[in-house]
Design a protein around this ligand. Structure first.
Ligand code: SF4
Length: 271
């Protein structure tokens, strides 16, 4: 059935990660080195091509050149991001695996919301993020597009928002049983990301020059106004949590409700 939670059934319960138990005390490079020593090609990098992801890509490539690098194309990315993806691939001499939302789920989302119905209510925005981001990532973790990852690396930093203040550097993924999740830059600040980028002469998404603090979907991401904090450029019309769902602390209830939410027959469209 469409939209039911994607099971990750063949995994054992969370395996211990020997040598990584002191993750909080490890610098990013050391944490990654130990993680690749433990998981090898089972450890993948997920990046939206933000500055943090490029720093991590550089660190990973220095430690484990064959690292799998994965990005999600939501279908609402700016053209500049597509161009930047090609630039990053050329710079590092690799191919970034790109995955997309399920076509039928997208059709049903469009039936319900039209083009920009995610602006109508927070629930609609979260539904759009769920279909365009969370579901494709679940499919990656399930192994639908290659070997199922044992662990994945995100670019989360604690200073980005109140929701991210307690991000661990290593944890069992609360949304995927048997999978580990790393945030090697959790204790970095924006200046450290900038300094590393400059020191290594890494490519940088052109939107940073326009005042963006993060890179995301075109209609939901804007440059910061003076005095705003890093995540304020996301879903600026909303108050409260600035998360798309990938980094929630539990599998979203939306998994369960998705079938109902996408069922529009006999209902007025959300506009
Ligand atoms: S960021 Fe906006 S366009 Fe992108 S998936 Fe979320 S709601 Fe949809």
């Amino acid at each position: 059935m469409l939209c039911e939670p994607i099971p990750i059934e063949s995994r054992p319960a969370h395996a211990p990660a020997p040598g990584l138990r002191q993750a909080e005390a490890l610098a990013a490079e050391e944490l990654l080195a130990q993680a690749f020593a433990h998981w090898g090609s089972g450890l993948v990098l997920c990046t939206a091509l933000q500055a943090e992801g490029i720093v991590l890509l550089d660190l990973c490539r220095r430690i484990f050149p064959a690292v799998r690098v994965i990005t999600l194309d939501t279908g609402r990315l700016p053209e500049a991001t597509h161009a930047f993806l090609s630039e990053v691939e050329r710079f590092f001499g690799l191919r970034i695996e790109t995955y997309f939302p399920d076509a039928d789920e997208l059709r049903r989302l469009a039936d319900r919301q039209g083009g920009n119905g995610f602006r109508a209510a927070r629930q609609e925005r979260e539904l759009c993020c769920h279909v365009r981001k969370v579901r494709p990532w679940q499919a990656v973790l399930q192994g639908r597009y290659g070997p199922a990852p044992a662990a994945w690396i995100s670019g989360l930093r604690r200073e980005q928002s109140p929701e991210r203040r307690h991000t661990p550097k290593l944890q069992p993924d609360p949304q995927a049983e048997g999978v580990w999740k790393l945030a090697p830059l959790a204790d970095w600040n924006a200046a450290q990301v900038e300094a590393y980028t400059r020191a290594r002469n890494l490519p940088r998404h052109p939107y940073y020059q326009l005042g963006y603090a993060g890179i995301g979907c075109e209609p939901c991401t804007r440059a910061l106004a003076p005095g705003e904090s890093e995540r304020d450029g996301r879903w600026w019309w909303e108050r409260g949590s600035k998360e798309c769902g990938l980094h929630l602390e539990a599998r979203p209830e939306r998994d369960i409700r998705l079938e109902d939410l996408l069922e529009t027959r006999g209902r007025a469209r959300v506009r």
